[in-house]
Design a protein around this ligand. Sequence first.
Ligand code: PMV
Ligand code: MG
Length: 358
Amino acid sequence: MIEASAPGKLYLAGEYAVVEAGYPAVIAAVDQHLFVRLEQVETGKIHSTQHPDLFVTWTRHDHHICPGATNPYQLITSSMQVVEDYVRALGVDTETFYQVEIRSDLDDEQSGTKYGLGSSGAVTVGVVKALLAYYKQAAVPLLVYKLSALAQLRIGASGSFGDLAASSFGGIVAYHSVDRTWLKEAMECLTILELVAQDWQGLSIESLDLPEGLELLVGWTGSAASTDQLVAGMQGQLQQEEKEAVHRQFLTANRLCLEQFIQACKANDRETVREAIRTNRQQLQDFSAGMGIVIETPQLARLCQLALAQGAVAKSSGAGGGDCGICLVDSPKQKEKITKAWEEVGIVPLPLSIAYRE
Ligand code: PMV
Ligand code: MG
């Protein structure tokens, strides 16, 4: 029996810009997890608490994982396939069958509520980690990230893969995104072992800590949002010249702000980190106005105002349009006051902390 887990994530800064190759974001892994259990069995099976009544069987034909019926587990089977391709290239036999059992704490199962903590990233990372362990390979964070990114790219997933970096490394990461165009080409002409051994263009993942005395506080707006739709909405606008200019300007300003954020974490400089959150919020507001997309909804704006009124800094997290906002607090008293103010307007403080590093 093998067990592995992967944490959820929240963007602290740099969302949207990070979708562009090589642009930075700061992302935190949070201590709410997705768990994967693998057990060797006669017939391959997949089961997840995300679809409690669904049991899918699988087998292999010519080293290809083949599910017995159409199913919503494409991310899981793609992750299985990538790890099997990788270990086979290392000379490991992949002949046994196993049952994959997924349990997620990232969403509220009872009510079906989605908090936007990144369950698709976590399921990919969790399955990759569990299968590496099943095949007796070390689950080194960078290897886990790379295999997870390949699993997602093979099935045409969009986005920066920043969630995969946070979930693979744990803690807080400064993430510069991989150049997807380069990666797609590299996938065509390199073997999986060469691909994994290469430096990836644009990519860097570095662990960070927040300056001492700053703590993460997370508020949930009560409504779920679709990252894919929001990112597609942004990309759809880029055909127009004037929107392209807005985007270019956003990218330049964002990079500067994120570099200051990252340096300030290294220098343990609390005030500059606070300033970077304020600046990045403003940049996202200007960007969304210029692009005609809604990132900071009225409820997210309320969340930020109530935090600011207590002297903290706050912003929307990730694609926005709902989901969560983040706030950095510097005293227990401040935290308590913000929590109370949020609750009065229906914002749910989530009991989350930053997850430990791998
Ligand atoms: O809403 P989230 O937490 O899934 O974050 C999305 C972040 C984006 O930069 C908007 C998209 C991406 O893939 O990086
Ligand atoms: Mg979101």
